[in-house]
Design a protein around this ligand. Structure first.
Ligand SMILES: [Zn+2]
Length: 218
């Protein structure tokens, strides 16, 4: 390392591109992230009605290690440096799994008004926009969260699905009818949040829906 490089690294320490941790000057990624950032393919089925009524949810990562840290950075600290990386990883997996030529809009899981005002942005909306740029499919703000819900992870399994019942609504029903969607969220845990959004879109006449998230917890 030259003296100039040394001085630069003192004032502007090099950070891991995934989790923002300070790293050595000649590295691009921290050791923790290097172990977890290689993209995988997780396809989970979301059953939104009884029987065979399922849609796919595609995620390129497991929710752990550096990926988890990077998602938390995006969600709570407005660190957007990984958005493109996340979106292109998702796009790659979607294109392997589905034909997107018939998709009309990319939409996203909404936040409640109160949470949106507190945070100032919706990370799922940012993700939808980044995905839109890559796939050349327009985003549409279609869903709205009409009531506050408890934080999902504080509830037991039964209360989790009840908690979200009727929490989401479609803003403009006439736009949804007969249209096909990609629906984005940051992570999938039980799948209940996406399920409620899918139900609402389907109830309003949506055609095909493909869900996607950055990461899946399992
Ligand atoms: Zn890292």
């Amino acid at each position: 390392m030259s003296i100039k490089e040394f001085l630069i690294s003192c004032f502007f320490p090099k950070r891991c591109f995934l989790c923002n941790e300070v790293i050595e000057y000649d590295k691009h990624i921290c050791e923790n992230c290097a172990k977890t950032f290689s993209s995988v393919q997780i396809v989970r089925n979301i059953q939104y009605l009884n029987g065979e009524r399922v849609v796919k949810c595609i995620s390129p990562f497991l929710y752990k290690g550096g990926i988890r840290k990077a998602i938390l950075n995006l969600k709570f600290h407005n660190i957007r440096s990984n958005l493109k990386f996340f979106a292109s990883s998702i796009a790659e997996r979607i294109l392997e799994n589905s034909d997107v030529s018939d998709i009309d809009y990319i939409c996203f899981v909404p936040m409640s008004e109160r949470n949106f005002v507190n945070r100032g942005y919706n990370q799922s909306e940012l993700l939808a926009e980044a995905l839109s740029e890559i796939l050349k499919i327009p985003t549409k703000n279609i869903l709205t969260k009409i009531r506050e819900t408890s934080t999902q992870h504080e509830l037991n399994f039964n209360d989790r699905s009840k908690n979200l019942l009727g929490a989401f609504s479609v803003c403009e029903g006439e736009i949804v009818r007969g249209k096909n969607f990609i629906l984005c969220d940051d992570i999938i845990t039980t799948g209940n949040t996406l399920k409620e959004c899918v139900k609402e879109l389907k109830y309003n006449g949506a055609g095909e829906i493909v869900c996607c998230t950055i990461a899946s917890v399992s």
